[in-house]
Ligand binder design. Sequence first.
Ligand code: AMP
Ligand code: GLY
Length: 462
Amino acid sequence: MKVLVVGNGGREHAIAWALLRSPQVEQVLCIPGNGGTATLSRCQNLPYSVDDFERIGQVVREQGIDLVVVGPEVPLAIGITDYLQAQGAMVFGPTKAGAQIEASKAWAKALMQEAGIPTAKAAVFTQESAAKDYVTAQGAPIVVKADGLAAGKGVIVAETVAQAHQALEAIFAGQFGDAGKFVVVEECLVGQEASVLALTDGITIRPLLPAQDHKRIGEGDTGENTGGMGVYAPAPLVTPELMARIEREVLQPAIATLRSKGIDYRGVLYAGLMIAPTGEFKVLEFNCRFGDPETQAILPLLETPLEELLVACCQQKLGELPPIAWKPGAACCVVAAAKGYPGAYEKGHVITGIESAEASGGCVFHAGTRLGQGGQGGQGGLRESQLPTPERQFAQRGTPPHATGSSRLPTPVITDGGRVLGVTGVGEDFEQAIALAYDAIAQIHFDGIYYRRDIGYRIRNS
Ligand code: AMP
Ligand code: GLY
């Protein structure tokens, strides 16, 4: 099989890496990929944008792609699946209609209410004054959410009414553009967050191992929200009993309600949950894709070939497969970020120690990296002319320079994003997995490297 992975994060590196472990997968192409996918054997980057559907369609046709796996939400929300399916491609990821579950929080809230899925009490506004009156009446803490996609920055957990009013003013003044035309104001929930991702073919649902992300930049879950600074799986917080309830009360009703609206949802349905100290849970949000960094901890534990599962979702045959097989033990992924992240951050620093980190047993998944010669001001996707010689030959001749081994050639790897890479440790238990991840990440250096030293603290303290 030839598979095309769309996206350039740690999630996409983990997906490409997991696909290539299957004997059925001959080659993976990434659009645009990153420094990690550029150095994977039998993997090649193509420097196109994830919203350049025409180019992507051309690659699918000309390269004889058997399966397209879409990583990020943006291309899904603007209809990449619809576009490629219309050309006969097999695409893992929901259509534009299905992706609304992430792309519009108001739409998702209405779906949850219709499906009877437990979620925070909320109201939707298009007028600043009405939203402010509602906030004043409800009191703080309260949560203000821009309706549309805002790269993870559209949610403000306000501690005071004044803060919530300020957030509403900014959103209605256009801070998030069209994403802020509608605003959801909702009750502030307390507890621990968990990510439950499930594969679905529109009828059958197969949950993956539950994970717990660490959203805040600072240790002890302090400071600003980020895309996720570290994660572990399987999260003990989500007991088998709780997972069964989540499947019954969240995932199944969501898919059934989507189907009742004529939406044949095939891909990942990701429920972000708040679990109260009492064990009661509510859905904070749905995502229409694999989580990042959740995927970097979940896929290293997957034993069933990934491509088998993804193809079964696309062909609506998930119910015919045996249960998903997992390695015993646990995985922990620690994310290394650039100085300044999640605010303005530096790019263009040389990264060293990746081989040592891998040699000490960690899986290094690149996120914001590229191959190159260093210097400030990193570029976006890799161009073929930027690739080191063997990759360029590979790009031209289509034959891998090395048939085995996870990575090849120590070409300089350069920082090129806010979250730079994630290092995953897999162990017999959490203690081992966490120790492995930290031993491995300690080998990695770049100017301004920052990572939290407390990923998994809840488990270590329990
Ligand atoms: P999102 O960008 O939609 O993933 O939401 C970002 C984060 O905001 C979530 O991971 C939670 O930490 C927080 N959040 C969202 N909704 C609520 C809520 N109703 N109560 C408390 N925290 C929330
Ligand atoms: N880790 C959170 C997300 O993928 O949205």
